[in-house]
Design a protein around this ligand. Structure first.
Ligand code: PLP
Ligand code: ZN
Length: 426
């Protein structure tokens, strides 16, 4: 079991080759290595996950005077000064008064990651990941995807003028996402299998040197996604003068859970937060794809792979969350929890968010559905200040939105006919 504690962001002992104060370290053994000399996704000694380490960490106060916006505002906490960018990050933190009242918490805000350039938080990881790919000089970028990773990689790869290969589970990707990957010019392979099978294949291709892997197994993607956590701390403090007690987020591969935890560990190391001030990370999965919830509920150190997964929230239809070894300590060390919600609860939450003016895809609404469920069960208290993360935009999955929303009504093409129709239906 990994020992990623809140009190340790791993700043000891940079290895040879970490000239700029950046290196890679295994989360399970003592291996460390230079970051850009060789392509690596896993520890060469024990095959565990790698994470990016830094000689020092900027504090929240160091960012306060910066005028830059978006992911690269936090360049001092990232491996590079800049990257292939289309102005990702700097997403809104909305008040949602109706849901706040109905759920009954002291304060509720929604961090809407659907407002990124390609409509999901995946852009934050790609701006950093594609920059690293340039540094390594690789010729082809690849990912397995439930949809949004492929849309983001296709877009950033196009911008970087690099070939992109994406593997998608056939028939299980929302229409908007396939359209994005297609128009941005990725080569799209539809695999007769689920997401986990796609990831197995693309990992093999990467190991054989066929492509550079940009799934969240890639530790540099999580560096970009860390900025969600930094933005939440800054925005919540600006808006309320305080810090949130809890962050509730949907969990697929658990990359975001791992990335937020890393952001907070580094802020504890920088002295901006005490361990007690770190928001409780609370993960939400769909009932049909809930291996992380199972591990949290049963107190297991490892997550059991679910071979059969099903949910309307296709972005989190994942049975083998690769970042579980980083995310489980994140949930436990911050005093968080995990919960599973039904597809009906997800659709209800999608409608509630829409009523407060926030349009999201189903996976995103899982966060609000999870909050509602945990509040009802008394596991979240009435005096808590909560941020729900909504990960992707409504237009990503137009079919789900149309199914959850109002039916269009056919009318004749004249005003009297329209008035008649309106009169009849009153
Ligand atoms: C990728 C994605 C998720 C899952 O995020 P993880 O970091 O893999 O847990 C959730 N929602 C949306 C919309 C996504 O695109
Ligand atoms: Zn190792």
């Amino acid at each position: 079991m990994t020992d990623l504690t809140l009190a340790d962001a791993g700043v000891e002992s940079p290895p040879d080759g970490a000239d700029d104060g950046v290196w890679l370290a295994c989360i399970d053994c003592d291996w460390t290595g230079a970051p850009f000399e060789e392509v690596r996704y896993r520890c060469p000694d024990c095959d565990s996950l790698l994470e990016v380490r830094y000689a020092d960490h900027p504090s929240l106060d160091d960012f306060a005077d910066l005028t830059e916006r978006g992911v690269w505002r936090y360049a001092d906490a990232l491996p590079f000064e800049s990257g292939v960018s289309i102005e990702e990050g700097d997403t809104p933190l909305y008040e949602v008064p109706t849901i706040e009242d109905e759920v009954g918490v002291a304060d509720l805000r929604v961090k809407h990651e659907g407002m990124n350039p390609t409509g999901s938080f995946k852009d934050r990881g790609m701006t950093v990941g594609v920059r690293v790919a340039e540094e390594l000089g690789v010729g082809r970028l690849a990912c397995a995807s439930t949809g949004n990773t492929s849309a983001a990689l296709a877009c950033y790869g196009a911008r970087a003028d690099t070939q992109v290969l994406v593997l998608l589970p056939a028939g299980k990707v929302a229409a908007g996402k396939v359209a994005q990957a297609s128009l941005h010019g990725a080569r799209i392979l539809e695999v007769d299998g689920n997401f986990d099978a796609c990831l197995d294949i693309v990992s093999d291709l990467a190991d054989r040197g066929e492509a550079y892997l940009l799934n969240s197994l890639n530790p540099f993607r999580l560096e970009g996604q860390k900025t969600i956590g930094l933005e939440i701390l800054e925005q919540f403090r600006d808006q309320t003068g305080d810090l949130p007690d809890r962050i509730v987020l949907p969990v697929g591969n658990a990359g975001n859970t791992a990335a937020l935890y890393k952001a907070f560990r580094e802020q504890v190391a920088a002295g901006s937060l005490t361990p007690e001030e770190v928001p409780a990370l609370t993960g939400v999965q769909a009932e049909g794809a809930a291996p992380m919830v199972e591990a949290i509920e049963e107190g297991n150190d490892e997550v059991r792979r679910w071979d059969e997964v099903e949910t309307r929230a296709t972005a989190i239809r994942i049975g083998n969350p690769v970042n579980a070894p980083k995310a489980l300590p994140g949930i436990r060390e911050t005093g968080g929890t995990a919960v599973a919600v039904s597809d009906e609860e997800i659709t209800d939450a999608q409608r509630s968010l829409a009523r407060d003016g926030v349009g999201v895809e189903p996976a995103s609404a899982a966060s609000v559905a999870g909050l509602r469920k945990l509040r009802k069960a008394g596991e979240i208290a009435a005096d808590e200040q909560v941020v729900c993360l909504t990960t992707g935009h409504l237009l990503k999955d137009p079919d789900a939105a149309a199914a959850a929303g109002a039916e269009p009504e056919p009318v004749p093409a004249d005003t009297d006919g329209v008035l008649d129709h309106l009169g009849e239906s009153e």
